[in-house]
Design a binder for this molecule. Sequence first.
Ligand SMILES: C[S@@+](CC[C@H](N)C(=O)[O-])C[C@H]1O[C@@H](n2cnc3c(N)ncnc32)[C@H](O)[C@@H]1O
Length: 250
Amino acid sequence: MFRLPSFHPKVLLWRAATNIGPLPVLVRARESAVWQDFWRTETSEAAFLDYAKNTPLRDWLANYCAALQPESVVELGPNVGANLQAIWRADRNIKLYGVELNDHAVKWGMQHMPDGCGAKLMAGSMADVGGVFERNGIDGADVIFSCGATMHVNDDIFAAAKQQALKLARKAIIHVEYNAWTPAELQNGRNWRSSFLSDRWVRDYVAEYESMPGVSRVDCIRIPPEINVARNIGRLWINDMTAMIVVHRT
Ligand SMILES: C[S@@+](CC[C@H](N)C(=O)[O-])C[C@H]1O[C@@H](n2cnc3c(N)ncnc32)[C@H](O)[C@@H]1O
C-alpha cells in the first residue's frame, strides 16, 4: 500500500497547519462537547419549522415501526417530533415519546403537536435515557429508535444510550443513521470526522449490536435512494443517513 513517509514535506506541512497558530481553529474537528452545546442551544424558529416538515423518509420509517405493532415507541433526538407525528399517522394507538437534548425544541414541538397526537417530548440526553424514563414514569418501550441523531454524538454518549436501549427496548432498536457498510467506510468516515467539515460519527451498527445479549437478529436495510435526503457539506452532496439498522430483541 502506498503511504507518504511521516517525514515527507506534505505530511510535515499538514501537521504544522493543524497544530500551530490560529489555523487549528479552522482545520481541526470540534470536540463532542462543542457539538452537544450547538444542539442544546439551537433556538431558531426557521430551524424548527424545517425539522417539523414531513418527508417520504419519515413516512417510510413510520410505516416500518408501525408494522412491528408496538404499544409504545421512543425516539432518541426527535427535535420537534416530526417522526413521532408520522408514526401517529401510521397507527393512532401507539404511545409516543421523545428524549431530546434541546429544551427549546421540546417546548416548540409540544406547542405545535397536532390535536390528538399525544406524543410526549421530554428534555434530556440519550446518554441518560433510563433516567429520563424514570423521572417520567415510563418503564420501557417496545421500540426505541433514532433518525439522524446518534450520528451527532460521540462514542461515550452512544455507548451509554445503546446500553440503556438494550435494557429498555422490548421488541426492537432501530437506527436510521450514518452506517459504515464496510471497514473502509468506517475508517474513511472517522478520518472525515477529524477534518473540520463533519460532526458525524460513523459506526458499524451491525457490529455494535450483533453479539449483544438479548439480540436475536440485526437487519441492515438500504434506504431507498429516491427518498433519502441529500445535503451539501463543503463541496459535496451526500446522503448522510446510509442505512436503517433494525435490532430485534429475543
Ligand atoms: C439532525 S437532528 C434530527 C432530528 C430528528 N430526529 C429528525 O429526524 O428530524 C439531531 C437531533 O438530535 C438531538 N441530539 C443531539 N445530541 C443529543 C443527545 N445527547 N441526546 C438527545 N438528543 C440529542 C439534537 O438536539 C437534534 O434535535
